[in-house]
Design a binder for this molecule. Structure first.
Ligand SMILES: [Cu+2]
Length: 211
């Protein structure tokens, strides 16, 4: 299964369900308003029925069914996407701090960072194409979270704790990564690039420390 595609499918499925539910709510609301307007015009007064137990039970049942379905499909996607992670070719410690990111490539002297404010010199997390990369995510001050929307992964960065994920980016490219946890005034500028480059380019980066 291609990297993270289980979560793309899940995202599509959940979005469709959300739109269908939204549509049903709008239809029900408009219908109820229209009907009461109609009754008012005809001088029929409000409906006498104080309870509609069958309807409410049906509604609760449908709701429970929906929740069970969503939970099961999320767990299934998780199981599909997290078999035992492959042995990483590279391990990077990703450290979030107010308000930027730092990347240390384990077993090398290379640590890279940048300026998060102003989008001019964003930090770049370099990874080799097609090789498993383990990210050990942590923080120095408050809670942050690494979020790469395009690849559908998000991981909390806790001070004094390490969260790990093994990612394999299948093609060359550059994707925006954001902090997904409100962490202070410049939270909104806490972005970086995830960039996948050919393994040879990546090795050169490790040797020179320069992208
Ligand atoms: Cu943050």
């Amino acid at each position: 299964m291609p990297f993270r595609s289980a979560f793309s499918q899940l995202f599509t499925q959940d979005t469709i369900i959300a739109w269908v539910v939204f549509g049903l709510v709008i239809v029900a609301m408009t219908g109820a308003m229209g009907y009461s307007w109609y009754r008012g015009r005809k001088g029929m007064g409000p409906l006498k029925a104080a309870e509609a137990n069958r309807l409410e039970l049906g509604y609760a049942g449908a709701l429970i069914g929906m929740v069970v379905f969503l939970v099961i499909s999320s767990f299934a996607a998780n199981a599909k996407d997290y078999p035992d992670p492959p042995k990483p070719a590279v391990t990077v410690t990703v450290t979030g701090y107010q308000w930027c990111w730092r990347f240390h490539y384990e077993g090398t002297p290379v640590t890279s960072s940048g300026q998060c404010q102003g989008l001019r010199d964003l930090p770049v997390l370099e990874v080799p194409i097609g090789q498993p990369v383990r990210l050990n995510v942590t923080a120095t001050d408050v809670l942050h979270a690494v979020w790469v929307p395009q690849w559908r992964f998000k991981l909390y960065a806790y001070p004094g704790h390490v969260n790990s994920i093994t990612i394999t980016i299948p093609r060359a490219g550059r994707w925006i990564a954001r902090c997904a946890q409100l962490c202070g005034v410049y939270h909104y500028e806490m972005d970086f690039w995830l960039r996948a480059v050919p393994p040879a380019t990546f090795q050169r980066f490790l040797r020179t420390g320069r992208p």
